[in-house]
Design a protein around this ligand. Structure first.
Ligand code: CTP
Ligand code: CA
Length: 225
């Protein structure tokens, strides 16, 4: 039967997963983006579905094949991603794998910006809503488990540990995305799972394997909930 969910330890659980980059328009033909491929978020959505979860997959523009079994919500901007996540609540867990743009262009143009005799346009920015922080700090609709990601290039553990406390989420999946690691845009990932119990270093493995292990941990955490 089409769309039938697998039976598993997450059967009956509803989980939101954000994934991919966001695009922030400059004008109707131009935007600001980032290098997120959406591969890790897609793999997590797939792994959670395989364990029986009802997954709402909120994704920015990405080339990855859609995770089978998940309910897919396609968005473009950070603001649209926040609205889609809010609309998908309540949920048992929320996993924030998206690389959300930190800023949008303030006063994006409704019409194409044209060249004007060597005059260079300048952009100004305004901060986007922090979706992870707002869900982590929400009251009665807060999911029992909120997981953030932290892609860092320096002081990975210190930055991610501070991020977990500042945002109020339960876990942070941290990784070093310095260019020499080849992780950004690659097939493998090396993550550190940060919780109130400390930092747990996982070996480097395929993103699919990271996703499966994380899904198992999520199932275990929700078991007594
Ligand atoms: N995140 C979010 N909404 C935002 C920014 C980030 O939901 N507007 C989430 C990401 O999906 C990720 C986590 O917050 O799970 C951490 O994102 P990150 O960019 O590392 O954190 P920032 O607070 O934006 O800090 P930085 O200055 O390092 O970018
Ligand atoms: Ca950021």
């Amino acid at each position: 039967i089409e769309n039938q969910l697998a039976e598993g330890p997450l059967t009956g659980r509803r989980i939101i997963v954000t994934s991919g980059p966001t695009h922030e328009p400059i004008d109707p033909v131009r935007y600001i983006a980032n290098r997120s491929s959406g591969a890790q978020g897609t793999a997590i959505a797939r792994a959670l579905s395989m364990l029986g979860a009802e997954v709402v997959f909120v994704t920015g523009p990405a080339d990855e094949p859609r995770p089978e079994g998940a309910h897919v919500v396609e968005v473009e901007t950070a603001k649209e991603m926040k609205d889609a996540v809010d609309a998908a609540l309540p949920a048992d867990a929320a996993i924030f794998a998206a690389a959300v743009a930190d800023w949008h262009v303030d006063g994006a143009s409704d019409s194409k910006i044209k060249k004007q005799d060597g005059k260079i346009p300048s952009l100004s920015f305004a901060e986007n809503p922090d979706i992870l922080a707002s869900v982590s700090q929400s009251g009665k609709e807060r999911p029992a488990l909120v997981v953030g990601f932290a892609a860092e290039t320096d002081d990975v553990i210190e930055n991610a540990t501070r991020k977990r406390v500042r945002k109020g989420c339960d876990w942070i999946v941290a990784n070093d995305v310095s260019p020499e690691t080849g992780i950004m845009g690659g097939r493998e990932n090396a993550v550190v799972l940060i919780s109130d119990a400390g930092a747990e270093h996982w070996p480097r493995m395929e993103k699919d394997a990271v996703a499966r292990q994380l899904a198992e941990r999520i199932a275990a955490a929700l078991e007594n909930n």
